[in-house]
Design a protein around this ligand. Structure first.
Ligand code: ADP
Ligand code: MG
Length: 348
């Protein structure tokens, strides 16, 4: 068989790690990204710098590849849909459209009888005033949010008048959950009832950005099983192909909620590179390219810490690591505050 060429939309660190996994499987990668300095440039075989709505560039990209995936969800639906007419796009554009919209996503999850936070659609400031019942809460843009961007925490009704909210956008207001813990489950679905699932990962956020992830998660057997069951149910219902992440909240009464779904590989799964025989990235490539499904085995417990902003400097100055530590520098050109610059995984 001739060598497969995989097209990846998006050139961030997830794109880099997908390209590295593909390389290991002898698959060629072409990354398409609107940022000329995208870090994945350093890891792929070919790099195309163009806008996501540039029709002629998108068409040229499709001609060069055998199949297409993407590393972040905020790609215009029309682009994914046009591409899907030319070459197979996985996950399917319709899945991305559903999940990239917080309201549609939560409606979908609730229809499966899976618990989410309480939420309500908000399109205008005056919608907010009678919603005291949802406060304290977080107002979130329905689309384009990530790492806490586009979110306004609201404590009480009095605070509403002082908020400066851009109502050219739509929102959902979510009731704040009294969090005990956050976990995530990563699953790679290959076909009907064919999947590989990683054990739940315990996550800690700082300023709404993921900081630490670890396995095993310190949770009850009940929550361990329930989170996996719900993740399988979601992946099956979506007829998903590839790697998917489900983020969960656990409240102080041990109730489990789905927070959100990421139709892609996920930051909390970076530890799978070192802690499992097959990483979330390799599994994604295997599933979308119809390669062999290998049974997952955990090699070690692990902890991952995100290196944010100028925390990368000592690592770039060659800080000494232990034999059980693995550093990933995303090779981003500019160091910016709150920007994920790399991660460090420690096997336990
Ligand atoms: P993003 O798309 O930016 O990842 P999330 O909805 O996952 O947005 O929110 C980011 C983080 O903010 C969550 O992981 C959690 O720590 C906190 N958070 C968000 N919504 C709630 C909520 N309803 N109750 C409690 N914490 C929340
Ligand atoms: Mg999130």
């Amino acid at each position: 068989m001739s060598r497969i060429t995989l097209g990846i939309l998006g050139g961030g660190q997830l794109g880099s790690m997908l390209a590295s996994a593909a390389k290991k499987l002898n698959i060629k990668t072409i990354i398409y990204c609107d940022d000329q300095d995208a870090p994945a440039k350093n890891f792929c075989d070919e790099f195309i710098h163009a806008k996501y709505n540039d029709k002629s560039e998108i068409y040229a990209f499709a001609k060069k590849v055998d199949l297409i995936t993407y590393e972040f969800e905020n790609i215009p639906f029309v682009t994914l849909n046009e591409l899907n007419k030319l070459k197979s796009v996985s996950p399917k554009p319709s899945i991305n459209r559903l999940i990239q919209h917080r309201l549609a996503e939560k409606d979908f999850i609730n229809k499966l009888n899976i618990r989410t936070t309480r939420y309500v659609h908000v399109t205008d400031k005056k919608d907010l005033e009678p919603l005291g019942d949802f406060l304290p809460g977080i107002l979130k843009t329905t689309t384009m949010g990530y790492d806490g961007k586009g979110q306004y925490p609201i404590k009480d009704v009095d605070e509403i008048s002082s908020l400066n909210i851009d109502f050219t956008k739509e929102y959902i207001l979510e009731k704040l959950v009294k969090l005990k813990k956050e976990i995530s489950v990563i699953i790679t679905r290959f076909g009907i009832n064919k999947y590989e699932i990683y054990e739940p990962i315990e996550n800690t956020h700082e300023e709404q950005i993921l900081k630490h992830s670890k396995i095993p998660a310190n949770i009850s057997t009940n929550l361990f099983n329930q989170s996996k069951e719900w993740s399988i149910q979601i992946a099956e219902e979506l007829k998903y192909i590839g790697t998917l992440c489900v983020e969960f909240f656990i409240d102080r009464n041990e109730n489990l909620y789905v927070n959100e779904i990421a139709p892609r590989v996920h930051n909390s799964g970076h530890l799978t590179i070192n802690a499992y025989n097959v990483s979330q990235f390799e599994n994604h490539v295997r599933a979308i390219c119809s390669l062999e499904q290998i049974s997952l085995k955990k090699v070690s417990n692990a902890e991952m810490v995100n290196i944010i902003g100028n925390q990368i400097i000592p690592y770039r100055n060659k800080i000494k690591l232990n034999h059980n530590q693995f550093l990933f520098d995303y090779l981003k050109k500019d160091i910016k505050e709150k920007r994920k610059m790399g991660h460090l995984t420690t096997l336990k």
